[in-house]
Design a protein around this ligand. Structure first.
Ligand SMILES: [Fe+2]
Length: 524
């Protein structure tokens, strides 16, 4: 009897703490009561010509199974409803509802909302991918949004634009750190992480995503634009690979397998990405005849542990991988067989060879997390491009918190393989987006050091294929595609320390179709 009573008391305790955890009490103070129970808003993603994923999450009154009604319409007042239904959300996904809406028209804006027990969510807007001949596409490209580093003005600005087809988020959607990681502290500015320690448990990861998704600028961007997302390392832990991470100590933080499983589960709970049993983010998108997009997993699918430095004898080994054999084959087969004019790789870390020996001479291990740390697999990819005469390849990249444009070439320092003047050896371009808010150069070193670093990076004898570089700004990039050209533009925000929409458009680098040089756009 005593044991029985103990069991009841224990199960009541566990039940109530479980219930409290699911309702995320640490975030309650930040809920907007007008949104109840849809405090985290709505989102859409993975747009295909005839389908799109829509998402919401509720904070219910009780922990039972919850019914949520949804409707999709062609008009902002939701009078012309074309699809509707009722979905179920339960405690296993912390009351997330994510579904694929099918039988939609290609290249069309839709409006959607959810209803639970008589209360309505905000109305979301989304857009399906176009089919056939497509004259123009514009993606916004973002990465590296660290909550304690500053306001998400980049997301806020995207929500104000009406010329974006979809947002490509290339990872570091959240950061796992307690304090927010390395950065210079700004006086009188504080946006601490919740929880205030490094996230490890299922509850920690859920709360952290919840905090980010209560940010009004990110919430509004999700409400108005479809996202196509991939994770990088900080959705798990810094410098992740298949078997571990720089910021994961199995002795004090438990098994890496378990942490990966939790991080994957919570990512799929919060992001409007197509569910699948493997919780894989590897997928492709077709935008009519104009573009095809391959979204890659350079972290958890096949990545070998990072090498120790340029002198590590393991560095050139063909058995070390970034994507792994299966994913590489899928990518290269897809690119070879694609009839799209532009072939786009959505990728985490800098793909182009980057000579930083004159900049980071004291710490060569810094480049080991990039593709420079996996030279054999990268050579295999470039060799395939050259052998099959694949061109018009655009790599879009995040991770480095800074803005770059490269001519895409496998061996830029070898004059028999690449010529800056003639464009020999160029298969396309790589464009790198800055961080939404994570620290970049001038936040960790004095300004004169960033000027000198930029000068050394840009020296023709160091990096002849480098055509644009900015080390000091935050914001986002757009990639504009027409049948004739692929152009990147960078939008830099004036400040991160208040909500602010003073953005400056910079860069403007493009490559022409079948062209072999990255050029500066003169038109404004
Ligand atoms: Fe980052």
């Amino acid at each position: 009897m005593k044991n029985f009573l103990l069991l009841i008391v224990l199960s009541l305790y566990l039940h109530s703490s479980f219930a409290q955890n699911l309702l995320q009490p640490e975030l309650e103070a930040f809920y907007n009561p007008a949104l109840r129970p849809f405090y985290f808003g709505v989102a859409s993603g993975d747009p295909q010509p005839h389908s799109v994923v829509i998402w919401t999450k509720i904070v219910p009154e009780n922990l039972g199974l919850q019914q949520i009604h949804w409707e999709v319409a062609t008009d902002t007042l939701l009078q012309n409803v074309v699809q509707s239904g009722t979905g179920e959300a339960d405690s296993s996904s912390a009351f997330t509802l994510k579904l694929v809406v099918e039988n939609l028209e290609a290249g069309t804006h839709y409006f959607y909302r959810f209803q639970h027990e008589g209360r309505y969510s905000p109305i979301g807007r989304t857009k399906t991918a176009p089919e056939g001949e497509v004259p123009l596409l514009r993606f916004a490209v973002v990465s590296c949004a660290n909550f304690p580093s500053g306001y998400f003005n980049a997301f806020g600005d995207l929500a104000r634009r009406n010329d974006i087809d979809a947002v490509l988020h290339l990872g570091d959607y959240i950061y796992e750190y307690g304090s927010g990681g390395p950065r210079k502290k700004k006086k009188n500015f504080s946006r601490p992480h919740i929880p205030n320690h490094e996230i490890l448990t299922l509850q920690d990861y859920r709360t952290r995503y919840g905090q980010y998704r209560l940010d009004p600028q990110l919430m509004e961007a999700h409400r108005l634009l479809p996202f196509i997302v991939i994770w990088d390392d900080h959705e798990l832990a810094n410098n992740s690979n298949v078997s571990g991470a720089q910021n994961h100590d199995p002795n004090s933080e438990g098994s890496w397998e378990q942490r990966k499983a939790i991080a994957r589960q919570v990512y799929f709970e919060w992001l409007p990405v197509h569910d699948n049993p493997q919780r894989s983010i590897i997928r492709s998108f077709r935008y009519g005849g104009l573009a095809e997009l391959w979204m890659l997993d350079g972290r958890l699918e096949g990545r070998s542990p990072q090498a120790k430095g340029t002198g590590d004898p393991a560095l050139p080994s063909a058995s070390r991988h970034m994507l792994g054999e299966k994913q590489t084959e899928w990518l290269l087969d897809g690119m070879k067989n694609s009839t799209a004019r532009w072939k786009i790789m959505g990728n985490q870390v800098i793909f182009s060879p980057l000579n930083d020996s004159k900049v980071f001479s004291r710490d060569p291990s810094i480049r080991m997390d990039r593709w420079d740390g996996y030279p054999a697999e990268r050579s295999e990819i470039f060799d395939f491009f050259y052998k099959n005469n694949l061109r018009n390849i655009i790599v879009v990249t995040g991770d480095v918190h800074t803005s770059w444009a490269f001519e895409l070439t496998g061996d830029p320092l070898n004059p028999s393989k690449y010529n800056r003047k003639t464009g020999m050896g160029v298969t396309g371009a790589e464009f790198v987006t800055p961080s939404v808010s994570s620290f970049n150069f001038d936040e960790v070193v004095p300004k004169f050091v960033t000027w000198e670093a930029k000068r050394r990076f840009c020296k023709k004898k160091n990096n002849p294929h480098l055509r644009f570089l900015d080390l000091n700004h935050h914001g986002y990039m757009t990639l504009t595609l027409t049948p004739e050209r692929a152009q990147a533009d960078w939008f830099f925000v004036k400040t991160l320390y208040e909500v602010d929409y003073r953005f400056k458009q910079k860069g403007g680098r493009y490559i022409e179709y079948d062209g072999n040089q990255v050029k500066k756009n003169k038109k404004r």
